[in-house]
Design a binder for this molecule. Structure first.
Ligand SMILES: [Ca+2]
Length: 304
C-alpha cells in the first residue's frame, strides 16, 4: 500500500518536543506512534536538540515509525540557557540530555532545520497541519520569523504550556517567553493545555503495570527511559503525563476547553505567564480533563 493510501484521511501532525528531560514527551511520542495520525515530522528543541533528535528517532524507530526528525534551536531567543546544577556539560557548554541511552548515541536524524520542516509541511498541506508544541516554542518562533505567511498556513497549534487558574509561570512558556509571545502574535489558531490542567494526569496503578509488562520493542525503550528518569529523581517524582494529555485532544474529548483572550508576559514578574487580557489573542484554553479515560486510552495505544 502506498504512503498516501495508508495515511489519507488521517490527521497530519508535526511534533515539536524537548524529549529527554521529563519523561512525558517519550510517552506522548509512543502514544502518537500508535494512533491514527500521519506524523509528518518531529522537531526537537532546547539545550541540546541534536541529542534530543537522536532519542526521538531511536524511540520512533522502535515503534516502527519512519519520519523526518529535525534538530532545532538550542538557545532561547533572547535569554541565556538555564543550566541546572546536576547537568553534565558537552565541550561546547551545552548540557547532555539525561535520557540519551548508550544505544541511542549513533542514531541518525534528518539534516533539515526544524523551521524548514515546519514550513515545508505547512506549505504542502495548507490549513491541514496540527503542530503539537510540547516544549519551549523557539522552533515555532523561528519558523514564524523565517516566513510568517507560510507559518500562518498551519491548521492549528495545540500546545502544552501556560497556566490561567493560578499566578504561575509554566516551564515551557517561561523558558522562552519571547518565542511564546511571537507565536501568540501569529494568526494560527491555538489550543492551550496548561499545566493547571495537565498536572492532575498521573500515570500509576494498573495502567503503569500494563505498560511495564508490554513486550513491544517501543515499550521496552520507554521502560528504560522511565527507569533512568525515576532514578535521577530517586523515585520522588510522579509520572505526570502533561504532553500525552495535550496530544490526546486530537483523538477524543478528554479535555474541556473554553475561549479566552490571553497575552504572554515577557517583563518583570509577569515574565513567562499567560495572562487573561481583553486585548489579547483568542485561544481555546483547557479548563478540565477526564484523566482516567485519557490514561486508559494512552495505555491501550501503547500496549496495543
Ligand atoms: Ca515536553
Amino acid at each position: 500500500m502506498s504512503e498516501c493510501e495508508t495515511t489519507c484521511g488521517q490527521q497530519k501532525i508535526i511534533i515539536d518536543t524537548d524529549i529527554g528531560d521529563d519523561i512525558d514527551d517519550a510517552f506522548a511520542l509512543s502514544m502518537l506512534a500508535n494512533c491514527s495520525a500521519h506524523i509528518l515530522g518531529v522537531t526537537t528543541v532546547y539545550k541540546n536538540s541534536e541529542e534530543r533528535a537522536r532519542i526521538a528517532a531511536y524511540l520512533l524507530g522502535k515503534w516502527g515509525i519512519s519520519c523526518p526528525v529535525a534538530a532545532g534551536q538550542d538557545y532561547p531567543i533572547s535569554e541565556p540557557m538555564k543550566v541546572l546544577d546536576f547537568e553534565r556539560l558537552c565541550s561546547d557548554g551545552r548540557p547532555h540530555i539525561s535520557q540519551l541511552l548508550p544505544e541511542m548515541e549513533r542514531t541518525d536524524y534528518s539534516g533539515m532545520s526544524a523551521a524548514d520542516l515546519i514550513l515545508e509541511s505547512a506549505r504542502t498541506y495548507p490549513g491541514q497541519v496540527t503542530l503539537l508544541a510540547l516544549g519551549p516554542m523557539t522552533n515555532l518562533a523561528q519558523a514564524c520569523r523565517q516566513n510568517p505567511a507560510v507559518f500562518d498556513q498551519l491548521g492549528e497549534i495545540v500546545m502544552m504550556g501556560g497556566s490561567v487558574m493560578n499566578d504561575f509561570a509554566e516551564w515551557n512558556v517561561r523558558c522562552d517567553s519571547e518565542a511564546a509571545a511571537e507565536v501568540f502574535a501569529s494568526n494560527v489558531p491555538i489550543r492551550m493545555v496548561g499545566v493547571d490542567v495537565t498536572f492532575g494526569c498521573v500515570l500509576n496503578g494498573d495502567n503503569l503495570k500494563r505498560i511495564q509488562r508490554s513486550p513491544r520493542a517501543g515499550a521496552e525503550v520507554l521502560r528504560a527511559m522511565t527507569q533512568r528518569y525515576v532514578g535521577a529523581y530517586s523515585g520522588k517524582r510522579s509520572l505526570v503525563m502533561h504532553d500525552p494529555l495535550t496530544a490526546g485532544v486530537l483523538f477524543g474529548d478528554f479535555v474541556k476547553f473554553r475561549k479566552m483572550k490571553l497575552r504572554v508576559g515577557t517583563q518583570g514578574c509577569e515574565r513567562g505567564k499567560t495572562l487573561p487580557c481583553e486585548t489579547g489573542r483568542e485561544c481555546l484554553v483547557a479548563e478540565g480533563a477526564a484523566y482516567d479515560a485519557f490514561l486508559n486510552f494512552m495505555t491501550d495505544a501503547i500496549v496495543g
